[in-house]
Design a protein around this ligand. Structure first.
Ligand code: IDP
Length: 151
C-alpha cells in the first residue's frame, strides 16, 4: 500500500466541487487516511513549489493557492501515487483527457482542481509538509478482497 497527497485547490472550493472530487477518489477504491482544511502560507507554498521558482508564474500560483483555504487529503491504496496522478490527468485542463479530473472539470493550466504527488519520494516529503503524524490514520477498509482480489 502507498499513501499520497492530494490538495483540493482554491478553485475547487470556490466552484463548489469538493464533494465531486472527493467522490472520484472514493469511487476508484482509494482509502482516505487523512483530511483537513488549511489556509496555505506563502512560506509553505514557496517550499511546495520550489521546483518552479524560476518560472514567471511562480508568484501567481502561490497567490492563487492562498485566495481561500484548501483541503489536503491523504489517499491510500496499491500504487496510489500512480493511480491518483492518472485520475488527475495532464497539468493543463484543456489538454487533459476527458474522464480525468482535470479533463472533466478544468479549462486552465493554473486552476487545475487538484495537486497530486508525482513520485514515492515526493509523496513522503509532501505528506510530512502538510500533515502531522497523528493526522494520518492507519486502518483497513473491509472491502479489500472485493477491490483487489489477490493482486
Ligand atoms: P502538476 O501539478 O501537474 O504536477 P507542475 O509542473 O508541478 O504540475 O506545476 C504545479 C502547478 O503549477 C500546476 O498544477 C499548475 O497549477 C501550475 N502551473 C504549471 N504550469 C503553469 C503555467 O504554465 N502557467 C500557470 N500555472 C502553471
Amino acid at each position: 500500500m502507498e499513501k499520497t497527497l492530494v490538495i483540493l485547490k482554491p478553485c475547487t472550493i470556490q466552484r463548489g466541487l469538493i464533494g465531486e472530487i472527493i467522490s472520484r477518489f472514493e469511487r476508484k477504491g482509494l482509502c482516505l487516511a487523512g483530511m483537513k482544511m488549511t489556509w496555505l502560507t506563502d512560506e509553505i507554498l514557496s517550499e511546495h513549489y520550489a521546483h518552479l521558482k524560476e518560472k514567471p508564474f511562480f508568484q501567481r500560483i502561490k497567490d492563487a493557492m492562498s485566495v481561500c483555504p484548501v483541503i489536503v487529503c491523504c489517499w491510500e491504496g496499491v500504487d496510489a501515487i500512480h493511480v491518483v496522478r492518472q485520475l488527475a490527468g495532464a497539468t493543463n485542463g484543456r489538454n487533459a483527457q476527458p474522464g480525468t479530473i482535470r479533463g472533466d472539470y478544468s479549462m486552465s493550466v493554473q486552476e487545475n482542481i487538484v495537486h497530486a504527488s508525482d513520485s514515492p519520494e515526493t509523496a513522503a516529503i509532501e505528506l510530512k509538509r502538510f500533515f502531522n503524524d497523528d493526522e494520518i490514520f492507519n486502518y483497513k477498509m473491509n472491502n479489500l478482497l472485493a477491490l483487489y482480489a489477490n493482486d
